[in-house]
Design a protein around this ligand. Sequence first.
Ligand code: UT7
Length: 316
Amino acid sequence: MNGIRIKGMGMCVPSHIVTNDDLAQIVDTNDEWITTRTGIKTRHHIGADETLHDITVKAAKDALKNSGVTADQIGACIVATMTPDTIMPSAACRLQEELGLPNDIPCFDLSAACTGFLFALHTMECLLNASPRKYGLVIGAEHLSRVTNWSDRSTCILFGDGAAGAVVECREGWRSICADLGCYGDNQVLKLPGIGMKEAGQISMDGQQVFKFAVQVVPHCIDQVLSRTGYTVDEIDFFVFHQANARIIDLAAKKYNIPPEKCCKNIAEYGNTSAASIPLVLAQLYEEGKLKSKCRALLVGFGGGLTWGGALVEFV
Ligand code: UT7
């Protein structure tokens, strides 16, 4: 199979910033607890005057502009999200209309919670191998503040909203992203019940159980991706892990001796944005001019499902 590489990134976060002190007005918590247990200082929330669609469109337009690819060259569009404005039409179909993407391409949403961007990258690689067009749009976007239980102090302090994504290119002879994806079905430890269900539209989580799952699965994904690509830790330019908790990221960095400048974190500013979290880190690195041609980033996602995924992305 021919591989994909990232040609350009884009991002958009809503302007409304919520601090730890703001949350201490709503639930029994404080800045010290949130900072030491999670590493989060602020998160951005969509306000009354914005929608997920608005920020998704901005992120996608940004990615197209930065990549120099035009809408008519896109061969597939995937939005990884569990919080679309409308379940039907999908967020991806609305993007197709807004951006004027071709009509004869698949556009759909993908639900894999915080691993969504990894599942979407792998799916896009498969789709572009079967497409006459060689570029794809992969977005991660979430409006988690809409599905937050504001009376649960153990989860409401975690989540933020945002959208970010990549234009990817598929070429003959390029190495696959070597995605390692999996799931361990569990309807208890982390869930967001759908329309008509008991506790519909509110996330609940057994944080300790998910923490244990995360610290096992992150090394598993790193090992799998390194073994499939043949690279060593030193040959990777950036490690981008799902931004769920700074302690999970720091444990992995310590285990693999990853220097701080290679282990990217933006959780302090954005909190946990689920499917948007990995592309938000990549888009920030891109904006800072750090993702040079041939640069390699090892990505790891984990979360609801329970799902996990790792992949090695290179930049055109
Ligand atoms: O994105 C999907 C993947 N998600 C994750 O990977 C999340 C993984 N889990 C976590 O990051 C952590 O488990 C949390 C940040 C969610 C919670 O941290 P923790 O260190 O596991 O705390 P805990 O749930 O064990 O709670 C410890 C104490 C409890 O009090 P007692 O029973 O010891 O008296 C909680 O009631 O902290 C209390 N607590 C709080 N205190 C102040 C829980 N939430 C808060 C809070 N402020 N916001």
